[in-house]
Design a binder for this molecule. Structure first.
Ligand code: CTP
Length: 405
């Protein structure tokens, strides 16, 4: 059976350049088994034609709030009843602002006001707009009210600059929607997997911390992939701007390595497996006062005393039972394979995912990654540069093979 068989999906399209990708999204949703109808803003039709959307969806496009050819001018009401889920792709800062503030002044925004079922938005805009205080407030308000935000990615933008603000690729939007909407999974949902993701922040004083550049994308992609395969996920996450979509993911937000350690050691005993992808700070300031440290004008330097954090992966390696599978990541710059193999043995892992910082497009902040998976039997699997979703799928395959699923 196709993954979206029988589902009615409304694709909302607002007026950004990424609207040219909307027909591809519609095609992919139809290929995945869904029946699709489109609702568009007037500006969206500057980038994509009604005829194209009608051809790929096989339905009339909903573009006018007051339509003289339709005797029932409450189409937004009947369409909201028809749809099982809705995705707005691309979602401009304008439509997100309208959604967050209850404005319904055209066909799409009125439909969104009345829609009460799973709703996904795929922001796409220029980086400055993405970083504006108004957008940040509005998108957070949507998240807080249960809207699934499929984050934009980093790359070249239509305005000629490069930065965050590109709409997620249609293939990945469909993959995430399938994951979030799927209710029939190949695995028994009783499998419980622990994942750690993102950076940790180690407090220096009331206003400063030591952190790292991890964005959490790899761990979140793993959580979505395993959830879509029927696992229950406990995702212990350091500070990131990412959101989770699948209902089987329980997210535990932490700040520091010690908080991550406490959560991981509490949850791990009830898990079938754990994959630790977080970039945990190895050290933390020895003293972190609850006030702001003042600069001392008599001295031109400052010394911070750091003490070691607990190694979460090594601790789980010590307490794991024969039935549990434990995997970690290794980020190496020199003697990569040898160091990763040593880490595998030292931390008592079943497999380790080696990330190399030498590879272009791999590592922190990128949407792609290139990894080598090494297991306890000495098998080495060298991967190509792939999207983090595809790497997550390879890691999930390895995990299932090691679990004997
Ligand atoms: N890790 C952890 N707790 C720590 C440090 C690391 O759980 N305090 C985990 C990471 O999540 C990752 C693995 O250990 O899965 C390896 O992390 P990495 O930074 O590559 O190695 P370290 O063990 O910290 O060793 P080194 O920094 O010396 O390479």
């Amino acid at each position: 059976m196709l993954p979206l068989q029988g589902k009615h999906i409304i694709v909302g399209i607002s007026g950004g350049i990424a609207a040219y990708k909307a027909p591809i999204l519609v095609r992919l949703l139809v290929k995945a088994g869904a029946e699709v109808q489109c609702a568009v803003t007037e500006h969206a039709l500057q980038f994509v034609t009604e005829l194209t959307l009608e051809t790929v969806s096989g339905h009339r496009v909903y573009s006018q709030l007051f339509d003289h050819t339709n005797p029932h001018s409450t189409e937004h009401i009947s369409l909201k009843d028809w749809g099982d889920a809705m995705v707005v792709a691309p979602a401009t800062a304008n439509i997100i602002g309208k959604m967050a503030n209850g404005i319904g002044d055209d066909a799409l925004s009125t439909l969104l006001l009345s829609f009460r079922k799973p709703l996904f938005v795929c922001p796409a805009m220029n980086t400055q707009m993405l970083e504006s205080f108004a957008y940040k407030r509005n998108i957070q308000y949507l998240r807080d009210n249960g809207v699934s935000v499929i984050e934009s990615t980093t790359g070249e933008l239509a305005c000629g600059t490069s930065g965050n603000g590109r709409m997620e690729e249609p293939e990945n939007i469909v993959r995430l929607m399938v994951s979030a909407l799927s209710d029939n999974s190949p695995l028994s949902p009783s499998r419980h997997i622990l994942i750690t993701a993102g950076p940790t922040y180690e407090k220096i004083d009331a206003v400063r911390f030591i952190g790292n550049f991890s964005t959490g994308k790899m761990g979140y992609a793993l959580a979505e992939e395993l959830a879509s395969r029927g696992c229950r996920i406990s995702l212990i996450s350091g500070p990131t701007h990412l959101s989770t979509l699948h209902p089987s993911i329980e997210r535990i937000d932490i700040m520091s390595a010690r908080e991550m350690y406490d959560a991981a050691t509490r949850i791990f005993p009830s898990c079938d497996a754990a994959i630790l992808s977080a970039a945990v700070a190895d050290f933390r300031p020895e003293n972190a006062p609850d006030y702001k440290i003042k600069k001392n004008n008599d001295s031109d330097g400052m010394t911070l005393n750091l003490i070691q954090n607990p190694d979460i992966l090594a601790t789980l390696g010590k307490i794991k039972s024969d039935k549990q599978i434990l995997a970690g990541f290794a980020l190496e710059t020199d003697n990569e394979l040898e160091n990763a193999q040593k880490k595998l043995v030292k931390k008592n892992l079943d497999f380790i995912v080696l990330n190399s910082l030498h590879d272009k497009g791999a590592g922190f902040g990128h949407d792609t990654n290139k990894v080598t998976i090494i297991d306890r039997n000495g098998d080495i699997d060298n991967g190509e540069l792939k999207s983090k979703q595809e790497v997550a799928s390879d890691i999930a395959d390895k995990l299932f093979a090691m679990m004997g699923v």
